[in-house]
Design a protein. Sequence first.
Length: 405
Amino acid sequence: MTDQVHTAAPAPEFAARAKRTGSSPVREILALTARPEVISFAGGLPAPELFDAEGISAAFSEVLARAPERVLQYSTTEGDPALRAAVAARTTARGLPTDPDDLLVTTGSQQGLTLLASALLEPGDVVLVEDPCYLAALQIFSLAGARVVAVPTDDEGLDPVALDEIAARERPKLLYVIPTFQNPTGRTLTAERRAAVARVAARRGLWIAEDDPYGELRFEGEPQPWIAALPGAEDRTALLGSFSKVMAPGLRLGTLRAPAALRRACVIAKQAADLHTSTVDQAAAARYLAASDLDAHLARVRGAYRERRDALVAGLPAALPEGSRWNRPEGGMFVWATLPTGYDAAALLPQVVRHDVAYVPGAPFFAGRPDPAAMRLSFVTHGPEEIGEGLRRLRTALAESRRVA
């Protein structure tokens, strides 16, 4: 009997959305700069020494001691009632009346955006984004099969006139925006522009995903109203919140506030994704909010971050080539800088990293035509002395690259 040789058929190909969606350049840069000697302005990483580790540890200990049978068990998709009540109260106090039932607890605010994409977007639907835009949002919309269209921005953020023109032409389903201390630019939309965005959304019939991870990190200036609170936007805005920047990113806790029908659709999408967010993490966060003074903690964080922003902005004139531009955000985590014409921030990065300092090139953040001279600099991870040393290294690296060129 002759042995037969069977040739295995190749495995099926990946989905097109998986093949067209690349990894995050920021994550790749962070991997390259993980060495402890590197002073990195690249990551949007909260300062770990400012975490209230003692308060969070006490909250976990208490909920595990009081009700282990509850906090270690499965729970409802919508989220811990005490946590939703606490978030609703804080949201209401900040000017947006909110009931606990208006909220869905998510595994980080990024999951909230993923749920919105699942609930709202069909392949080929148009999503409008600020240009430049948060990188993870671009990944989410790519995986959803959406067609992303960039809306121009200036030093004050999204241009509402351009938004209206593009919305009339492209017939989008969704606008994604970070109106306060935007990632990557640190820009904040004025109250007038926010009102204009709400009017455009109402007139053109589109949903708004308003992302607010940085709103409580204001160092100076007056808080601006949420778009979700403005006339014309109340019934079409999903507000994404996060504990990552105000408590700890490792908890992976966020919230989604949305109109009832959209929220129900997101609940179903979340059931399919992960059933519910970690029960014990939610319970500990709720206990922390009840037992600790989050506002006092945030005041300490804001004070430290303001000092670090000032150190970065004060050192940029000496660190960057003549003719460079940068902003001075009133809060958040990022400064957006642009080198003179002819510079390529991505091409310069390997030389810069050899000097044990790093930034994120701005080009990957653009959904439209990229600006190769742009860069994002995070000021929160390092103290003022390290920021000063990092800027000295950056100045040396850029000067050497200019001589080589």
